[in-house]
Design a protein around this ligand. Sequence first.
Ligand SMILES: Cc1cc2nc3c(=O)[nH]c(=O)nc-3n(C[C@H](O)[C@H](O)[C@H](O)COP(=O)(O)O)c2cc1C
Ligand SMILES: [Fe+2]
Ligand SMILES: [Fe+2]
Length: 405
Amino acid sequence: MIRTRSVTDDMIWVGAGDRRLALFENIFPVPRGVSYNSYLLLDEKTVLFDSVDQSVSRTFLENVSASLDGRSLDYIVIDHMEPDHCSVLEELLSAYPNAAVVGNAKTFVMIEQFYSPLAEARRVVVRDGETLSTGRHCLKFFTAPMVHWPEVMVCFDESNGVLFSADAFGAFGAMAGNIFADELPIQQEWLPDMRRYYANIVGKYGAQVQSLFKKLSGLDLKTICPLHGPVWRTERDITWLLEKYTLWSSYQPEEQKVVIASASIYGNTEAAAERLALELAGLGVTEIEMYDLSATHFSYLIGEMFRCSHIVLSCPTYNGKIFPPMRHLLDDMRELNLQSRTVALIENGSWAPMSGKLMTAELAAMKNMTVLEPAVTLKSSMKEEQAGQLFSLAKQIAGGLKRSL
Ligand SMILES: Cc1cc2nc3c(=O)[nH]c(=O)nc-3n(C[C@H](O)[C@H](O)[C@H](O)COP(=O)(O)O)c2cc1C
Ligand SMILES: [Fe+2]
Ligand SMILES: [Fe+2]
């Protein structure tokens, strides 16, 4: 049974969604599922752009076969070798024995690593900036190293302005019929999962995303076809998307907002974080987000930290160290290159509070983090006499947010 949609008059979305997957990459929760996008161009030559994860291989192979409608497949373009896009490659190669694989030198090394070497006759090696004509269409390839993996490239169709963008511009979430951004509630439903996807998957590589933008800067992008999530095809949506990516890849906050990352064993540190939230609210700050780190997957916090200008880290001491859920979060903040945020700290300890000092040291290893002074230190629980200290932190945060109030 065919389950496809046309993207242009001769190019078809032949991807599929997986709503059963609990953890993408076996680490990121995907309660809204995930889509694996693949596209088929029916020109004088037929071209398949990337493929899918094995979980949806059956739907995908049926879609490709039905869309080819008896024609042979001439090319398989591999923009990205990660298994979520390549685990059906061997089946494709045997189902379509005349198809040649288009990739760069690094692509073929990875094919050999994951699978087996590909015969010379089936390889079309392209370099940065090279083109391939398929009849009416001319495809231009741009390498995009580390816009997730080293072998990544994107492909621009010069004849109609379609960009096959690999993992860039992707999102968590499976689509249902409506595959185009202009058909979907992007701001309300999709943006948090777009941001969480970007921050956690590509966030570390902001500089590489910016280099890719430079390469693409002269191009008239009419449609963006990523490997996950919605397809972008209106000028308004594409402008909005590029603005978001410009902010994310340069580690600038999207909003003047506060996110409170609360770690707590018994609830005393959490109580102080809550009091800080109340002080902030009293100063007119709205939309304060607070998450319990033991109950919330770190990927959601990372997403929120890419969004918000101000961060509160609130955490007890644990065996002389930072309570582990906060340690994990700080590791990821550093790993993903998060930078240029203002951070307030609340620490706790019943005999030798250390978490504040240790969190400050972790933040010092990140770029351009402003830590508000002084951190609030609790000895087991917050006493009303300390309210002034929290109020002073709240005032500093609210002062920094003033522009948007
Ligand atoms: C396993 C464990 C290890 C701890 N290690 C330390 C420590 O090294 N230094 C310290 O001052 N407090 C330590 N504590 C005590 C907590 O940091 C302290 O009770 C704190 O007030 C708990 O805050 P909470 O109510 O937000 O969980 C430890 C507690 C636990 C359960
Ligand atoms: Fe990837
Ligand atoms: Fe991917």
